[in-house]
Design a binder for this molecule. Structure first.
Ligand code: URA
Length: 210
Protein backbone atom coordinates (compact mmCIF):
# COMPACT_ATOMS: atom_id res chain seq x y z
CA UNK A 1 0.00 0.00 0.00
CA UNK A 2 1.42 3.37 -1.00
CA UNK A 3 1.95 5.92 1.77
CA UNK A 4 3.83 9.17 2.36
CA UNK A 5 5.88 10.58 -0.50
CA UNK A 6 5.21 7.57 -2.77
CA UNK A 7 1.48 8.10 -2.42
CA UNK A 8 1.76 11.84 -3.04
CA UNK A 9 3.78 11.18 -6.19
CA UNK A 10 1.31 8.57 -7.45
CA UNK A 11 -1.61 10.96 -6.92
CA UNK A 12 0.24 13.84 -8.56
CA UNK A 13 1.04 11.64 -11.58
CA UNK A 14 -2.57 10.43 -11.77
CA UNK A 15 -4.10 13.91 -11.85
CA UNK A 16 -1.65 15.02 -14.56
CA UNK A 17 -2.98 12.43 -17.05
CA UNK A 18 -4.76 14.08 -20.01
CA UNK A 19 -8.00 12.08 -19.83
CA UNK A 20 -10.47 12.43 -16.88
CA UNK A 21 -11.33 8.70 -16.75
CA UNK A 22 -7.62 7.82 -16.78
CA UNK A 23 -6.99 10.35 -13.99
CA UNK A 24 -9.67 8.74 -11.80
CA UNK A 25 -8.33 5.28 -12.57
CA UNK A 26 -4.89 6.43 -11.48
CA UNK A 27 -6.32 7.77 -8.20
CA UNK A 28 -8.17 4.48 -7.61
CA UNK A 29 -4.98 2.53 -8.29
CA UNK A 30 -3.04 4.73 -5.86
CA UNK A 31 -5.66 3.99 -3.19
CA UNK A 32 -5.17 0.26 -3.69
CA UNK A 33 -6.50 -2.09 -1.01
CA UNK A 34 -6.71 0.81 1.42
CA UNK A 35 -5.96 0.15 5.10
CA UNK A 36 -5.13 3.75 6.01
CA UNK A 37 -7.85 4.03 8.67
CA UNK A 38 -10.01 1.75 10.81
CA UNK A 39 -13.00 1.92 8.44
CA UNK A 40 -11.37 -0.77 6.28
CA UNK A 41 -12.05 -3.32 9.05
CA UNK A 42 -15.79 -3.60 8.50
CA UNK A 43 -16.15 -2.79 4.82
CA UNK A 44 -17.38 -5.11 2.09
CA UNK A 45 -16.52 -2.60 -0.67
CA UNK A 46 -14.40 0.46 -1.09
CA UNK A 47 -16.96 2.85 -2.58
CA UNK A 48 -14.82 5.10 -4.75
CA UNK A 49 -17.29 7.12 -6.84
CA UNK A 50 -19.50 6.85 -9.89
CA UNK A 51 -20.72 8.87 -12.84
CA UNK A 52 -19.29 11.01 -15.60
CA UNK A 53 -15.51 11.43 -15.07
CA UNK A 54 -15.76 14.81 -16.85
CA UNK A 55 -18.95 15.99 -15.10
CA UNK A 56 -19.43 19.70 -14.61
CA UNK A 57 -21.31 19.01 -11.36
CA UNK A 58 -19.82 16.84 -8.63
CA UNK A 59 -22.05 15.64 -5.76
CA UNK A 60 -20.39 14.94 -2.43
CA UNK A 61 -21.92 12.90 0.41
CA UNK A 62 -20.61 11.74 3.72
CA UNK A 63 -19.88 8.02 3.56
CA UNK A 64 -21.37 4.79 2.25
CA UNK A 65 -24.32 3.20 4.04
CA UNK A 66 -25.28 -0.47 4.07
CA UNK A 67 -26.59 -0.68 0.49
CA UNK A 68 -23.65 1.30 -0.85
CA UNK A 69 -21.20 -0.99 0.97
CA UNK A 70 -22.92 -4.06 -0.49
CA UNK A 71 -23.07 -2.71 -4.04
CA UNK A 72 -19.85 -0.68 -4.15
CA UNK A 73 -21.66 2.42 -5.44
CA UNK A 74 -22.52 5.66 -3.63
CA UNK A 75 -26.12 6.69 -2.98
CA UNK A 76 -27.97 3.56 -4.06
CA UNK A 77 -30.11 3.09 -0.91
CA UNK A 78 -33.15 5.14 0.18
CA UNK A 79 -31.10 8.36 0.39
CA UNK A 80 -29.88 7.62 -3.14
CA UNK A 81 -33.43 7.38 -4.46
CA UNK A 82 -34.13 10.77 -2.88
CA UNK A 83 -30.92 12.20 -4.41
CA UNK A 84 -31.83 10.85 -7.87
CA UNK A 85 -35.21 12.58 -7.58
CA UNK A 86 -33.61 15.89 -6.54
CA UNK A 87 -31.15 15.75 -9.44
CA UNK A 88 -33.79 14.87 -12.00
CA UNK A 89 -36.66 17.09 -10.89
CA UNK A 90 -34.74 20.28 -10.11
CA UNK A 91 -31.54 20.05 -12.16
CA UNK A 92 -32.81 17.93 -15.05
CA UNK A 93 -29.82 15.60 -14.66
CA UNK A 94 -29.58 11.81 -14.39
CA UNK A 95 -27.03 10.31 -12.02
CA UNK A 96 -24.74 9.22 -14.87
CA UNK A 97 -24.43 12.89 -15.91
CA UNK A 98 -22.83 13.99 -12.62
CA UNK A 99 -19.99 12.50 -10.59
CA UNK A 100 -21.07 11.19 -7.15
CA UNK A 101 -18.68 10.39 -4.32
CA UNK A 102 -18.32 10.55 -0.53
CA UNK A 103 -15.92 12.14 1.94
CA UNK A 104 -14.96 8.66 3.19
CA UNK A 105 -14.95 5.65 0.90
CA UNK A 106 -15.68 2.93 3.47
CA UNK A 107 -18.85 2.45 5.53
CA UNK A 108 -18.59 3.66 9.12
CA UNK A 109 -19.83 1.01 11.58
CA UNK A 110 -23.61 1.20 12.20
CA UNK A 111 -23.67 4.26 9.91
CA UNK A 112 -22.12 6.53 12.53
CA UNK A 113 -20.59 9.79 11.34
CA UNK A 114 -17.06 9.46 10.01
CA UNK A 115 -14.53 10.69 12.56
CA UNK A 116 -12.06 13.49 11.88
CA UNK A 117 -9.03 11.21 11.48
CA UNK A 118 -10.97 8.99 9.04
CA UNK A 119 -11.94 12.05 6.99
CA UNK A 120 -8.31 13.23 6.99
CA UNK A 121 -7.04 9.79 5.91
CA UNK A 122 -9.40 9.94 2.90
CA UNK A 123 -8.91 13.63 2.08
CA UNK A 124 -5.93 13.21 -0.30
CA UNK A 125 -8.07 10.91 -2.44
CA UNK A 126 -11.03 13.29 -2.41
CA UNK A 127 -8.70 16.14 -3.42
CA UNK A 128 -7.26 14.02 -6.22
CA UNK A 129 -10.77 13.06 -7.37
CA UNK A 130 -11.69 16.75 -7.53
CA UNK A 131 -8.49 17.48 -9.46
CA UNK A 132 -9.34 14.58 -11.82
CA UNK A 133 -12.97 15.43 -12.58
CA UNK A 134 -12.31 19.19 -12.49
CA UNK A 135 -15.98 20.10 -11.97
CA UNK A 136 -17.25 23.66 -12.25
CA UNK A 137 -19.74 23.17 -9.41
CA UNK A 138 -19.81 20.98 -6.30
CA UNK A 139 -22.99 20.10 -4.41
CA UNK A 140 -22.15 19.29 -0.80
CA UNK A 141 -24.72 17.15 1.02
CA UNK A 142 -25.17 17.41 4.77
CA UNK A 143 -23.30 18.71 7.76
CA UNK A 144 -20.44 16.21 7.88
CA UNK A 145 -19.30 16.95 4.31
CA UNK A 146 -20.05 20.65 4.73
CA UNK A 147 -17.91 20.95 7.88
CA UNK A 148 -15.09 18.91 6.37
CA UNK A 149 -15.01 20.76 3.06
CA UNK A 150 -16.35 24.24 3.79
CA UNK A 151 -15.55 24.55 7.50
CA UNK A 152 -19.19 25.23 8.48
CA UNK A 153 -22.20 23.12 9.43
CA UNK A 154 -25.07 22.86 7.01
CA UNK A 155 -27.35 25.50 8.57
CA UNK A 156 -24.64 28.15 8.28
CA UNK A 157 -23.25 27.02 4.93
CA UNK A 158 -26.36 26.31 2.83
CA UNK A 159 -27.96 28.73 0.40
CA UNK A 160 -24.86 30.59 -0.83
CA UNK A 161 -21.79 29.91 -2.92
CA UNK A 162 -18.41 28.98 -1.44
CA UNK A 163 -15.03 28.95 -3.16
CA UNK A 164 -13.25 25.63 -3.27
CA UNK A 165 -9.63 25.22 -4.32
CA UNK A 166 -7.40 22.25 -5.04
CA UNK A 167 -3.90 22.16 -6.55
CA UNK A 168 -4.25 23.46 -10.08
CA UNK A 169 -7.95 24.35 -9.96
CA UNK A 170 -11.10 25.22 -8.13
CA UNK A 171 -14.89 25.31 -8.25
CA UNK A 172 -17.88 26.91 -6.63
CA UNK A 173 -19.64 24.84 -3.97
CA UNK A 174 -23.24 24.87 -2.74
CA UNK A 175 -24.21 23.03 0.43
CA UNK A 176 -27.66 21.66 1.11
CA UNK A 177 -29.40 19.21 3.40
CA UNK A 178 -28.48 15.54 3.12
CA UNK A 179 -31.17 13.42 1.41
CA UNK A 180 -31.21 11.03 4.40
CA UNK A 181 -32.05 14.01 6.64
CA UNK A 182 -34.80 15.06 4.23
CA UNK A 183 -36.33 11.59 4.49
CA UNK A 184 -36.68 12.24 8.23
CA UNK A 185 -37.55 15.92 7.93
CA UNK A 186 -39.48 16.46 4.66
CA UNK A 187 -40.50 19.98 5.68
CA UNK A 188 -36.91 21.09 4.90
CA UNK A 189 -37.24 19.97 1.27
CA UNK A 190 -38.43 23.51 0.51
CA UNK A 191 -35.04 24.94 1.56
CA UNK A 192 -33.19 22.28 -0.43
CA UNK A 193 -35.28 23.18 -3.47
CA UNK A 194 -34.11 26.80 -3.09
CA UNK A 195 -30.46 25.69 -2.89
CA UNK A 196 -30.84 23.47 -5.94
CA UNK A 197 -32.45 26.28 -7.91
CA UNK A 198 -29.24 28.27 -7.39
CA UNK A 199 -27.25 25.31 -8.71
CA UNK A 200 -29.57 25.00 -11.72
CA UNK A 201 -29.17 28.72 -12.49
CA UNK A 202 -25.39 28.38 -12.31
CA UNK A 203 -25.38 25.25 -14.51
CA UNK A 204 -27.52 27.02 -17.09
CA UNK A 205 -24.98 29.81 -17.60
CA UNK A 206 -21.77 27.77 -17.60
CA UNK A 207 -19.68 28.68 -20.64
CA UNK A 208 -18.91 25.80 -23.01
CA UNK A 209 -15.74 23.94 -22.08
CA UNK A 210 -12.68 25.02 -24.02
N1 URA B 1 -25.24 8.69 2.52
C1 URA B 1 -24.10 9.24 2.06
O1 URA B 1 -23.65 10.27 2.54
N2 URA B 1 -23.50 8.63 1.05
C2 URA B 1 -23.95 7.52 0.49
O2 URA B 1 -23.32 7.01 -0.45
C3 URA B 1 -25.14 6.96 0.99
C4 URA B 1 -25.78 7.56 2.01
Amino acid sequence: MLTGVELQEALRAAVRRPDPAARLLGVREAMGDCHRCRLCEGRKSLVFGVGDPAARLLVLGEGPGEQEDLRGEPFVGPAGAMLDGMLERVLGLRRHQVYILNMVKCRPPRNRNPQDDEIEACRPFLRAQLASVRPDLVLVLGSVASKALLGEGITAARGRWHGLAWPGGGARAMATFHPAYLLRKPEDKRLTFEDLKLVKAALDVLPPRS
